[in-house]
Design a protein around this ligand. Structure first.
Ligand code: HEC
Length: 142
């Protein structure tokens, strides 16, 4: 029985390893999301967060890199669609300017932008799926 449990655990590890691998940057779907996401980022986000993700002084927080973004993917997804107001600490600095959301962004477009920003500038979260975006949007606190 003990042996059986151990091998089930082994299989589980294999499965995790396999799914992590299938998120590799060589996958065509990842490439497509990343490339589309970059264009959408430049159009909808780059004016404030800048093309290189460095942000602007204490007005627009950086994404390149950002501890806030790294730890709060669901919040970041909500913000893209619905905007955000209030204080936030990013890399030890306080920001407090409203970010306007882009309500016209579709779940696919948000997944593409998220795949781009979460695999750029030191972030390495892999593919962000439409289903993850949908779940996050259902849970937005505002
Ligand atoms: C008009 C300027 C503006 C635009 C456009 C904009 N943002 Fe923001 N963004 C901000 C501001 C200001 C904050 C800080 C909000 C606060 O203090 O509550 C912020 C916060 C964030 C954060 C969390 C803080 C951090 O640095 O990690 C993320 C992630 C983010 N924006 C991503 C995006 C993405 C992706 C887009 C495009 C869909 C976008 N933003 C468009 C101004 C903007």
């Amino acid at each position: 029985m003990r042996h059986l449990q151990l091998s089930a655990f082994g299989l589980w590890l294999l499965a995790i390893g396999f799914s992590a691998n299938s998120c590799s940057s060589r996958e065509p779907k990842f490439q497509q999301y990343f490339v589309e996401g970059e264009q959408l980022y430049l159009k909808s986000c780059g004016n404030c967060h800048q093309k290189d993700g460095k942000g602007l002084a204490l007005v627009y927080p950086p994404l390149s890199p950002s501890d806030f973004m790294e730890d709060n993917m669901e919040d970041a997804i909500c913000m893209m669609k619905k905007g955000r107001k209030g204080e936030m600490m990013v890399n030890g600095k306080m920001f407090n300017q409203p970010m306007p959301g882009v309500p016209s962004l579709t779940e696919l477009e948000i997944a593409e932008i998220a795949t781009y920003i979460y695999n750029s500038w030191g972030h390495e979260k892999g593919m962000v799926e439409v289903s993850q975006v949908r779940t996050a949007l259902q849970k937005c606190a505002y």
